[in-house]
Design a protein around this ligand. Structure first.
Ligand code: CDV
Length: 307
């Protein structure tokens, strides 16, 4: 049986602070319609796809912060996405700010979900590597308060069976960490989906600003190759509330080659036929984990030994 899945990456251009959920979902639906015409059966949207990237502002008032969070999924605003995807038989994934009451306590996460072609949420993920800072730092051109507004995910990366393949999710900063890909690959993932919001300006090391696009692809191509995974990565891009966000959404083969890439910083669809069996070219050869990997020689990685 063929395991070729046409994966689409639905890059979103900027979402302004006053843009409604309904408007954002409308743009996502328009990309979904384009995707189905191109034979896509799995569509990847960005991190925090329903709102502007609000961690760029310091807000003291929790009720104001909470306006950017979803308390249910699907919600009235997002249900059209679920309904249309089910009609089309299309799977999809997107990121959003999740607020849950757990054991009587409000918890907030930078989350993503994977929705099957039947319209069921089959996997959830809460961002593990939260970048940024906790306090207002007015010296910055803009804030990056993910550490303040979200708690880090408490569940490890996981792998879900869907459409005859094995799928894992990660979010934005996770893509810079080699552990993300290796953990997912060791769990058997064949496709890693990612959404990101990456400012071109990095206040802590502005001398690296010109390397943002390079570092974006460097880490994902290396992660794909060294772990024999497909990577499908979707940006929120363009000038959003005076902050320039990187585009270059892409699909990367298990060989590390970029097979599709966005060329604008607006709403754009790119897609590729992804043969999940191509993971074997890497995993049964150069990175055959069972045959060549030496975990006992990496005790610091396993946590068995402290530095
Ligand atoms: N949304 C993110 O996680 N952004 C980070 C920036 C702050 C470096 C990223 O890794 O792209």
């Amino acid at each position: 049986m063929s395991r070729i899945i046409t994966i689409g990456v639905a890059q979103l251009g900027p979402i302004s602070r006053d843009e409604s959920r309904g408007a954002a979902v409308g743009r996502m639906l328009a990309l979904m319609e384009r995707a189905v015409r191109r034979g896509v059966t799995m569509l990847v949207y960005p991190e925090l796809a329903l709102t502007t990237f609000f961690p760029r502002w310091f807000m003291a008032d929790q009720s104001e912060i909470d306006t950017f969070f979803e308390t249910e999924m699907p919600s009235a605003a997002t249900r059209p996405l679920f309904d249309r995807a089910r009609e089309l038989g299309m799977a999809f994934t997107f990121g959003y700010a999740e607020k849950m009451v757990i054991d009587g306590r409000p918890r907030r996460f930078n989350a993503s979900i994977l929705v099957s072609p039947e319209g069921e949420i089959v996997s959830r993920y809460r961002k593990i590597h939260l970048p940024g800072h906790f306090e207002n730092e007015p010296w910055r051109a803009f804030q990056h308060l993910e550490k303040r507004y979200f708690e880090p995910g408490e569940e490890p990366f996981s792998v879900c069976d869907m459409m005859g393949g094995k799928w894992a999710m990660a979010i934005c900063n996770d893509r810079r960490w080699p552990e993300t890909y290796r953990e997912c690959a060791l769990r058997g993932a064949e496709v890693l989906t990612l959404g990101y919001n990456t400012p071109l300006h990095y206040p802590l090391a502005p001398e690296h600003d010109h390397l943002q696009a390079f570092h974006n692809h460097l880490c994902m191509q290396a992660g794909a190759y060294a772990n024999g995974l497909w990577v499908a990565a979707s940006a929120k891009a363009g000038r959003e509330e005076n902050c320039d966000l990187l585009g270059q959404s892409c699909i990367i083969a298990p060989t590390g080659e970029i097979v599709a890439m966005a060329s604008t910083v607006g709403d754009e669809l790119v897609c590729a036929d992804c043969d999940l069996d191509r993971t074997r070219e890497i995993r049964e050869n150069i990175f055959n984990f069972a045959m060549h990997r030496r975990p006992d020689m990496y005790p610091l990685l396993s946590g068995a030994t402290r530095p």
